[in-house]
Design a protein around this ligand. Structure first.
Ligand code: ZN
Length: 252
């Protein structure tokens, strides 16, 4: 058994939560029991995820998308109350790491995507006033747009939405997990052949087409499945606790 406080302390230091101005609190969001044997990770602390975590015997849960987002009502009512009630009634703590778990050079979503996609990392750039959020890398050998699309879809086991110049030869690319479509122009400025993020907006199609790049919307959920898993596995080995990842599929 290990204590929740030790996990939080280590997590906050490792992911350097103090160096981010985020849209939500990072670290412990809801307190819970102190003795931790089983840590359950997931992308989003939704009701379905929490029910599955309770079923799996979670002592604490660790997610990428927690609660208390900037701009939302701070009242704990409705859906938010039902979620928080599940945690408190079961005495399960909620740890959430948002931007720190996108940017971390080893455990972050983008670092994990590089591994899955077979990309060699060149640099981490700032985007949206967040240092290290936009990643740049390259394939060992260039390949056709069709091959590259198949590579990304295969790595995520998902059909991706693709716009822009699909016939372009691909060598150097940029990516940002989640809702990073607004950084497409930052990627274009880097001179890459393709840009990958999770979501797509109406204007993304035109921006990609008119600037001659390939854009892949790989899924917000799908592109953020791996950071929390990698960090959960790391915590489990470091603190000798059980780790279980629960994927609640999401088409978005
Ligand atoms: Zn996200």
């Amino acid at each position: 058994m290990d204590s929740l406080n030790k996990l939080i302390d280590y997590g906050n230091r490792t992911l350097e939560v103090g160096s981010y101005r985020d849209y939500c609190p990072n670290g412990l969001q809801i307190a819970g029991r102190d003795d931790i044997q089983t840590l359950v990770t997931g992308v989003t602390a939704s009701a379905r995820f929490l029910d599955a975590a309770i079923e799996a015997g979670a002592d604490a849960v660790l997610v990428h998308h927690g609660y208390f987002w900037k701009g939302e009502s701070s009242a704990i009512v409705g859906m938010k109350y039902q979620r928080i009630r599940r945690l408190i009634q079961n005495n399960i703590g909620l740890l959430a790491y948002h931007l720190p778990l996108d940017c971390h050079p080893e455990f972050g979503n983008n670092a994990q995507l590089a591994k899955r996609f077979g990309l060699n990392v060149i640099a981490q750039h700032s985007a949206g006033e967040v240092d290290g959020l936009l990643w740049e890398g390259e394939l060992p050998d260039s390949e056709s747009g069709a091959q590259f699309i198949a590579r990304i879809s295969g790595a995520l086991d998902r059909k991706c939405l693709v716009v822009g110049h699909q016939e372009r030869e691909i060598k150097r690319v940029a990516w940002c997990s989640g809702g990073g479509q607004r950084f497409l122009n930052n990627a274009v400025a880097l001179g890459v052949d393709a840009y990958i993020s999770g979501e797509i907006s109406e204007q993304t199609t035109h921006e990609a087409q008119e600037q001659g790049v390939l854009y892949i919307a790989a899924g917000h959920h799908a592109s953020e499945r791996y950071g929390v898993q990698a960090f959960g596995a790391h915590l489990a080995s470091r603190f000798d606790i059980n780790h279980k990842h629960i994927d609640i599929d999401n088409p978005a």
